[in-house]
Ligand binder design. Structure first.
Ligand SMILES: [Zn+2]
Length: 340
């Protein structure tokens, strides 16, 4: 069995990413609530009223509606209709805020901490809608904001949102969903039914959370927002493209984020093949992508196999093949304790 993303003693970041990256979504409200809280940066113990939440929450939904009109798997929603009218200039900001308080938070506050059938081990807020007309933020949320990953979370949340809404918009059978990577722009895209390319999001923002915001090889923390973001690295080196016809070297299954030292520093990886230990880690990371549902799950299955055993054999075969071509194995000289 693959290693779970949320371990026995998960960090607050693991719990947050569990909610944002792994939940099965019927609507995008969880992403909007997450983004609104990250915008507001409330203090521990602070009561955030629905009025406080309404403006940033609706603003995120309105912004996403402008690029993807489908924000859920249901046919109609009065709240989404209000956001569309606000986008069209038919509803004033104060009217939208009122509508959001009335209609916008049904289900999302209750469901926020639930992944699958159970609740995650750490709560970021407590529901006080009955007694205080809002939610009370916990210590765990402050730890999340002030920790080393705080800057990455809005980017990761938005990327996950873009992937999910793009899958809904395409409206194709899940088996046909295929997210591709454009190496020139380091971004992800899909091809729609008219054969047009639809951009989704940057590869870094989409992949960061699944490797816990750390370099894939040495587990050094990286930041998506500073001037030296991590490199988008091909686990099996890009040079194999010339000999690996049919195995998509640019496929998401083969892309990881690496610090510059690991990728191209003095003892960096360059065109060497990562060791078996690192191959095992790629397998774990790919299983994280599989368990994230729409649409990376379908993409990874199409690229590497429909069962965990098939996917393992796929990776093992590529490793043997890569070593026979490139000869040299590589592992980082210094590395922190692995987080997965
Ligand atoms: Zn590194």
């Amino acid at each position: 069995m693959a290693q779970p993303f949320i371990s026995t003693h998960p960090s607050v970041e693991d719990c947050w990413r569990g909610i944002i990256l792994f939940g099965r979504n019927v609507a995008s409200y969880k992403f909007a609530l997450g983004q609104a809280l990250l915008d507001l940066r409330p203090a521990p113990g602070q009561l955030v009223t629905l009025q406080d939440l309404a403006t940033p929450y609706a603003a995120h939904i309105c912004a996403h509606l402008r690029t993807a009109d489908k924000q859920g798997t249901f046919a109609k929603s009065s709240f989404l209709e209000a956001c569309r009218r606000a986008n069209a200039g038919e509803l004033a900001p104060s009217q939208l805020a009122d509508q959001t308080v009335q209609l916008g938070f049904n289900n999302v506050i209750d469901a926020f901490h639930v992944i699958g059938q159970s609740e995650i081990p750490q709560r970021f807020f407590v529901d006080e809608r009955k007694s205080g007309s809002g939610i009370r933020v916990t210590e765990a949320f402050s730890t999340l904001l002030t920790g080393g990953q705080g800057g990455n979370l809005p980017r990761e949340t938005d990327a996950r949102w873009r992937l999910v809404e793009t899958a809904w918009e395409l409206g194709v059978s899940p088996a046909l969903l295929a997210v591709s990577h454009d190496p020139a722009t380091e971004s992800l895209f899909v091809v729609d039914s008219t054969k047009r390319r639809k951009p989704i999001t940057g590869a870094r923002d989409a992949l960061s959370g699944y490797q816990k915001g750390q370099c894939f090889y040495c587990f050094d923390t990286f930041s998506l927002i500073n001037t030296e973001p991590p490199d988008v690295d091909h686990f099996f080196p890009h040079t194999l493209k010339e000999v690996w016809t049919g195995t998509m070297v640019d496929g998401i299954w083969n892309l990881v984020l690496a610090c510059r030292r690991c990728n191209r520093g003095t003892s960096g990886k360059f065109a060497r093949v990562p060791s078996i230990k690192l191959l095992e880690r790629l397998s774990t990371r790919n299983e994280f992508l599989i368990s994230s549902h729409h649409p990376l799950r379908e993409t990874l299955i199409a690229q590497t196999g429909s069962s965990e055993n098939e996917r393992r054999s796929f990776l093992n075969a590529r490793h043997i093949w890569a070593i026979s071509t490139l000869i040299h194995e590589w592992e980082p000289s210094e590395a922190a304790v692995p987080l997965f």
